[in-house]
Write a protein that binds this ligand. Structure first.
Ligand code: PEP
Ligand code: MN
Length: 339
């Protein structure tokens, strides 16, 4: 349930109604902006009557949120959420943020070469998996904690932030010193325990990938799990969904960006690599992502894709990534978000 106060409502009037609700055992989520006092009531609000609450002085209107996700909904918060990753890196504002790096961290030297190149081309965040969710148990599973340490060191050298996937709650505290963003992979989008634990145990942003066969509503409910557990810094990532099509690895649902922007205030980025599964399609899909209004990209790159330990077929060579960044820069002249 959302309560919107009148423009001239005072802090005392706000306090009177929130004290009343807190005394009844409800939680309050303040979503006020500079000009508007708006707050959400957390808890089972069936027993509350909107008309009773509208009788409080200073209240303009009380509405029930009909969506199963609330904190993540556009009706709860009208303004776009801008997530601060660190100084000068904001996701969801007027910047188009590019995250790039290998599928898996393979070695210090390999990661360093990639970090240097993607920074020079204009990326601001280094991606890379150290704990890999591989379909086959015999495929390379990632370097583990050692991989995270390598990433941090190479990223710091080139002033890049770090995003890496976490697969288990056991690792939350171990990840904390090494990552700027926790990546929650497609296969774990509905691992509700992990969502709750991440929400409660870190304040750093969480990149929530859309599940392989998840609807947009299910995806937003997963974001809600994280937010309701205490961390509202959720960045959504469309990475392609399973359809009957086999030519591409997955089907990139480009309209998901528009749907998310209508339904939610959270930022949304695109992963064209896992969507297409083919390096030849990445540049054009990235341009489409930028044009449709996504807040950024996460792209796989590798200096020698033929010998990459995972996802070589969809990884861009460093020169190809640089070319893509130049094309995006040209596009930036006609778009609101700058690269
Ligand atoms: C990845 O980013 O390396 C990855 C495994 O992605 P997804 O969870 O989207 O499959
Ligand atoms: Mn990958």
């Amino acid at each position: 349930m959302i309560v919107q106060m009148k423009p001239q409502a005072s802090k005392e009037q706000f306090k009177r109604i929130t004290d009343f609700l807190v005394a009844k055992g409800f939680g309050i989520k303040d979503a006020s902006s500079e000009t508007n006092i708006v707050f959400g009531i957390i808890g089972d609000t069936k027993s509350l009557n909107p008309t009773d609450l509208e009788a409080f002085e200073g209240v303009f209107q009380v509405t029930r949120v009909s969506t199963p996700y609330k904190l993540a909904s556009r009706s709860f918060k009208k303004e776009d959420t801008v997530i601060k990753v660190r100084e000068n890196i904001f996701i969801g504002g007027n910047q188009f943020v590019v995250m790039a790096g290998p599928c898996s961290i393979e070695s210090f030297e390999n990661t360093e070469e990639i970090a240097r190149a993607v920074k020079a081309s204009g990326a601001s965040i280094l991606r890379g998996g150290a704990f890999k969710p591989r379909t086959s148990p015999y495929a390379f599973q990632g370097m583990g904690l050692e991989g995270l340490k390598i990433m941090r060191e190479d990223a710091d050298k080139y002033d890049l932030a770090v995003v890496s996937e976490i697969m288990s709650e056991d690792m939350i505290e171990a990840f904390e010193p090494y990552v700027d963003i926790y990546q929650l992979g497609a296969r774990n989008m509905q691992n509700f325990h992990l969502l709750k634990q991440l929400g409660a145990r870190t304040k750093k942003p969480i990149l929530l990938k859309r599940g392989l066969s998840s609807t947009i509503e299910e995806w937003l409910m997963s974001a809600e799990y994280i937010m309701a557990s205490g961390n509202e810094n959720v960045i959504l990532c469309e990475r392609g969904i399973r359809t009957f099509e086999k030519y591409t690895r997955n089907t990139l649902d480009i309209s998901a960006v528009l749907a998310v922007k209508e339904l939610s205030h959270l930022p949304v980025i695109i992963d064209p690599s896992h969507a297409a599964g083919k390096y030849s399609m990445i540049e054009k899909l990235s341009m489409a992502s930028y044009a449709v209004g996504a807040d950024g990209l996460i792209v796989e790159v590798h200096p020698d894709p033929e010998h990459a330990l995972s996802d070589g077929a969809q990884s861009l060579k460093l020169e190809k990534f640089d070319h893509m960044m130049q094309e995006l820069t040209k596009l930036s002249k006609v778009l609101d978000k700058k690269i």
